[in-house]
Ligand binder design. Structure first.
Ligand code: ADP
Ligand code: ZN
Length: 763
C-alpha cells in the first residue's frame, strides 16, 4: 500500500505529463485516484485530477513549475527542476468523480488522440459538475383547480380565449405541472395567457429548482404494436444473445431509412434494462428532437436526456442521477459517451456516419471509436446503426470486428423513391439559360403541389451567392483574414466569411480595379428562395438554414408547420437532410450535388452518396414512393449512379477500391498536423520540421507523409496554415507517430500545432 504522502496530479493543460505534489497529513484520507484536488501551479491555483500515488523514491512525474509567467516559460527561463515539493491545497468534491474504468478510458483517449491526460479527464465530466453549479430555478405552472372544473374552463375558453384553453388542456395532461417555458412552447404562444390564468386563480406559478428535463413538454409516445419483419427478428436474435451473454460484442445495423432500426434499438435496450443494466444512446445533435425522446419515453420510464440546451445546473443534476443508477437509458450527443452509468450494458450510436461524432477541439476524439473502446472494456454490446455506413465502419465488418446485421427494405409496403439524375450542362445547352431549377425538377414539384403533397429542396450552401467577383478584372472578393471567398447575404446586404464569421457591407466597387458593381456567382439558399417564388407562385414555403434558424424553437416551429401541412415546400441546407421522415413528401430536389462532390477531400464521394441517400429517405409513403431529382454537372459519377439505385454495398465496393489505390482510410490511418502562425514562413518551417520528424522516426515502407503543404483554407483569422498528413499503414504505426508527435508538441514555439488523429476532413 502506497503511503499517499505524494500524489500524481493531471491538470487540464496541453502538457503530456502529470505533476507530483506532496499531500499534507490531514488531506490523505479519502484521496483516491479519480478525485479532484486543488493545487498551486506557478503563481496560480488550479483544479486537477489525482491519478495515482508515486513512491517517494521513483518520483516519475515532473514537479510543478515554481513560478510561471502568465505567457508560459520563455526560452532560457524554463522552470528549474527542483526536488522541493509543493503540496496540494484541498481535496475537492464528496468523493472521486471518476472511477477506475473511466480513468483508464481517459488515459486511452489521451494516448489515442494525442492530448494531455488532464484534458481527456476533464472531457469525461461536464463543466457544470466540475464547477459545482448550484441548482437554478425556473417558473413552474400547475393546475390550481380540480379536474372537472378545469375541463369546464377549457370548454368555456375554447371559443374566444383559445390560448388559455390550450394551456389548461395541456396542464390537465400534466398533473405534476410543467415548466412555464415548456408550457409556452407546447401551447405556441407567449407567457401572458399563463399569467392571466394565474391571476384568476386557475393555475399556480411558482419558482422551482430547474426541471432537469428540457423535453418534458413532449408526451411519451407509447410503443406501436408491430409484427417484426424477418430481418428485424434475425437481427434481434443475434442482439439478445449478445446482451444475455454479458460479453463484449460489436454490431453494425445497416438499414435504409424507415427500415425499423429504431424499433430494433428499443427492443435491445429493453433486454439490457431488464437485465438490470443501463444503455447509452448517442445521436447527432440535430436528431435529438422531442419526437425521438418521446419515443424512448414511451418505452422506458427512467430516461435521462443530455443536451446542449441544458444549463450547468441541469447537467449536474442529470449527471448525478445517472451515476446513482437512476436512469436506465441515457440519450445524448457525442459527449454522452462518457455518461457515468454504473452498469453499462449497451451503447447505441445512431447515424454512425455523421461527422458530428468527431470533436473538433481537444480532445479530438471520435465518439464512435470511444464507444467501441468503452464497450469493449466494460464487456458491453455496441451497436452502430445507419443507412449509409462510413467506409471505416463498413471495413470493420469485413475484418470481422463488427458483425453486420441487415434491414434491407422499408417496413410494411413502403418503397424507396425513384431517383433521377439531371445533367445540368445539357440542361443549360438546351434551354440556353442557367436556371437554378431544371425543367424536370420544376415539373415534378408542380405535380406534387397540384396533388396537395409536399416537396423538399436541398442546397448545401448558405447565403445568396457563393462568391462575389469583378467582371472586369476577374478578382474574387475574399476575407482579408481567412483567404476564403466571402458569401453575399442579401437579407443583410452584407458579405460574410463563413470560417470566421466576419460580416461587412457589400462593397460598391471592386477593391482592386475600382470597377463599380460586383457580380455574383454560385447559388445559395437565399437565391433558391427567389427561384422558388418565380417557379411556383403562391406556394407556401419555409427556408431552413443556420441563418434563418436561431434556436431549437424556430427549428421545431418550422418542422411542426411542415408536419401539419401548413407549409408546402421546405428548402434548406443539410439541416433538413437528416433524421426526419415526412410521409406527405413525394418530391425531393438536390439542387446541386456538385456542392459536395467537388470538395477537395478524399471523402467527397462518400459524403455525396450519404447526402443523396439521406434526402431520398425524406420522401415516400406506402402508396406513393415519390421522386428524387438530383441536379449535377457530373451525371456519371459513381457516387450518384449507385445512390440512384439505393445500392450502398455496390458504392462501398467501388469506393473502397478507389481508397485502396490511393492509400486513404480505411486502408490507412491518418494523423494530420496543422501548424498555424502569424508569420507564413514560421508556419511553413515548423511544418517542415514535423514532416521531417515523422519521416525519420517511422519505418519507410509502412507510411507516407504528405506535405508540408498549405491547408486548403490557407489562412484563418490572420493565421497562416500549413499541414502535414501522415498515412500510416496500420494502427501500430499510427500510434508510434502519435507518441513521437506528443513529445514534439510540448516543444513547438512560435507556432500553434494541432494534432488531429483520424481527422474528419483535411480543410
Ligand atoms: P428507422 O429507425 O430505420 O428509420 P423506425 O424504427 O423508426 O425506422 O421505423 C419506422 C416506422 O415504422 C416507425 O413508426 C415504427 O414504429 C414502424 N415500424 C417499425 N418496425 C415495424 C414493423 N415490423 N411493422 C410495422 N411497422 C414498423
Ligand atoms: Zn474570415
Amino acid at each position: 500500500m502506497r503511503d499517499r504522502s505524494l500524489v500524481s496530479v493531471c491538470l487540464p493543460l496541453p502538457v503530456p505529463t502529470a505533476f507530483t505534489y506532496g499531500v499534507p497529513e490531514g488531506l490523505r484520507d479519502g484521496l483516491v485516484p479519480g478525485r479532484r484536488v486543488r493545487v498551486p501551479f506557478g503563481a496560480r491555483t488550479m483544479d486537477g485530477w489525482c491519478v495515482g500515488f508515486p513512491e517517494p523514491a521513483d518520483l516519475p512525474d515532473e514537479p510543478p513549475p515554481k513560478n510561471v509567467p502568465k505567457k508560459g516559460p520563455r526560452k532560457g527561463t524554463a522552470p528549474k527542476k527542483t526536488r522541493e515539493m509543493k503540496v496540494i491545497e484541498a481535496v475537492l468534491d464528496d468523493g472521486p468523480l471518476l472511477g477506475p474504468a473511466m480513468l483508464d478510458l481517459s488515459h486511452w483517449i489521451a494516448e489515442t488522440y494525442a492530448c494531455a491526460w488532464g484534458e481527456a479527464l476533464s472531457a469525461c465530466v461536464p463543466a457544470g459538475v466540475r464547477s459545482g453549479a448550484s441548482a437554478a430555478t425556473v417558473l413552474h405552472a400547475k393546475l390550481a383547480i380540480p379536474e372537472d372544473e378545469a375541463r369546464e374552463a377549457v370548454a368555456k375558453f375554447a371559443e374566444k380565449q383559445t390560448k388559455r384553453s390550450r394551456m389548461l388542456a395541456i396542464l390537465m395532461e400534466h398533473p405534476e405541472g410543467l415548466a412555464v417555458r415548456d408550457l409556452v412552447r407546447a401551447a405556441h404562444c407567449s407567457d401572458s395567457p399563463a399569467k392571466t390564468l394565474a391571476r384568476h386563480g386557475l393555475i399556480t406559478i411558482e419558482d422551482r429548482p430547474v426541471d432537469s428535463d428540457p423535453f418534458a413538454g413532449a408526451l411519451p409516445e407509447p410503443p406501436a404494436d408491430v409484427t417484426l419483419s424477418d430481418a428485424q427478428e434475425i437481427a434481434l436474435t443475434a442482439l439478445y444473445e449478445a446482451v444475455n451473454a454479458r460479453r463484449h460484442a460489436g454490431f453494425l445495423l445497416h438499414g435504409v431509412t424507415s427500415s425499423g432500426k429504431t424499433e430494433v434499438y428499443l427492443r435491445t435496450i429493453r433486454a439490457v434494462v431488464e437485465s438490470g443494466r443501463q444503455a447509452i444512446v448517442l445521436v447527432p445533435e440535430i436528431s435529438l428532437t422531442p419526437q425521438t425522446v418521446a419515443r424512448f419515453r414511451g418505452w422506458f420510464e427512467r430516461v435521462a436526456v443530455l443536451h446542449s440546451g441544458l444549463t450547468d445546473a441541469e447537467r449536474r443534476r442529470q449527471w448525478h442521477r445517472i451515476r446513482a443508477g437512476n436512469a436506465d437509458v441515457v440519450i445524448g450527443p457525442r459527449s454522452a459517451v462518457f455518461a457515468p452509468v454504473p452498469a453499462l450494458g449497451l451503447i447505441v450510436l445512431d447515424e454512425e456516419h455523421e461527422g458530428s461524432f468527431k470533436q473538433q477541439s481537444a480532445p479530438r476524439y471520435h465518439a464512435r471509436d470511444v464507444a467501441i473502446e468503452r464497450a469493449r472494456r466494460a464487456g458491453a454490446v455496441v451497436m452502430l446503426g445507419t443507412a449509409t455506413p462510413s467506409l471505416e465502419t463498413w471495413w470493420k465488418t469485413h475484418k470481422g470486428q463488427l458483425r453486420l446485421l441487415r434491414l434491407p427494405s422499408r417496413v410494411g409496403t413502403g418503397k424507396l423513391p425513384k431517383v433521377e439524375i439531371i445533367d445540368m450542362v445539357r440542361e443549360g445547352l438546351e434551354t440556353k439559360r442557367r436556371d437554378l431549377l431544371s425543367r424536370r425538377l420544376v415539373e415534378v414539384i408542380k405535380r406534387t403541389l397540384r396533388r396537395k403533397q409536399q416537396a423538399i429542396l436541398f442546397l448545401n450552401r448558405r447565403g445568396f451567392s457563393t462568391s462575389v467577383y469583378c467582371s472586369r478584372c476577374g478578382g474574387t472578393l475574399k476575407c482579408s483574414r481567412c483567404s476564403v471567398s466571402v458569401t453575399f447575404h442579401r437579407s443583410h446586404g452584407t458579405v460574410l466569411c463563413h470560417p470566421c464569421g466576419v460580416e461587412r457591407p457589400m462593397p460598391r466597387q471592386c477593391p482592386d480595379c475600382s470597377t463599380p458593381g460586383l457580380a455574383r456567382l454560385g447559388a445559395g439558399t437565399e437565391r433558391l428562395e427567389d427561384a422558388v417564388r418565380a417557379c411556383f407562385p403562391g406556394v407556401r414555403f419555409a427556408r431552413m438554414d443556420s441563418d434563418s434558424m436561431h434556436d431549437r424553437d424556430s427549428y421545431e416551429r418550422v418542422l411542426g408547420a411542415f408536419r401539419r401541412g401548413e407549409v408546402d415546400l421546405l428548402l434548406g441546407t443539410q439541416m433538413i437532410a437528416k433524421g426526419l421522415h415526412f410521409p406527405r413528401v413525394t418530391a425531393v430536389g438536390v439542387v446541386s450535388a456538385d456542392a459536395s462532390l467537388l470538395v477537395p477531400d478524399f471523402r467527397a464521394a462518400e459524403r455525396t452518396f450519404q447526402l443523396v441517400a439521406q434526402v431520398a429517405g425524406r420522401a415516400g409513403r406506402s402508396d406513393d414512393p415519390g421522386v428524387v431529382v438530383v441536379q449535377t454537372i457530373q451525371p456519371t459519377h459513381p457516387a450518384l449512379l449507385h445512390a440512384a439505385k439505393h445500392d450502398f454495398e455496390a458504392f462501398a465496393a467501388h469506393e473502397s477500391a478507389e481508397r485502396a489505390r490511393f492509400h486513404w482510410p480505411p486502408h490507412s490511418r491518418l494523423v494530420r498536423v496543422v501548424v498555424s502562425a502569424k508569420v507564413d514562413i514560421a508556419a511553413r518551417n515548423r511544418a517542415k520540421e514535423v514532416a521531417d520528424v515523422l519521416r525519420g522516426c517511422l519505418p519507410p515502407d509502412c507510411h507516407d507523409v504528405l506535405g508540408p503543404a498549405r491547408c486548403p483554407i490557407e489562412r484563418i483569422r490572420s493565421n497562416f496554415r500549413w499541414h502535414v498528413v501522415l498515412r500510416a499503414a496500420d494502427e501500430p504505426v499510427q500510434r508510434a507517430a502519435i507518441l513521437r508527435l506528443r513529445r514534439l508538441g510540448a516543444r513547438v514555439r512560435g507556432a500553434d500545432l494541432t494534432i488531429d488523429v483520424d481527422p474528419a476532413d483535411l480543410t
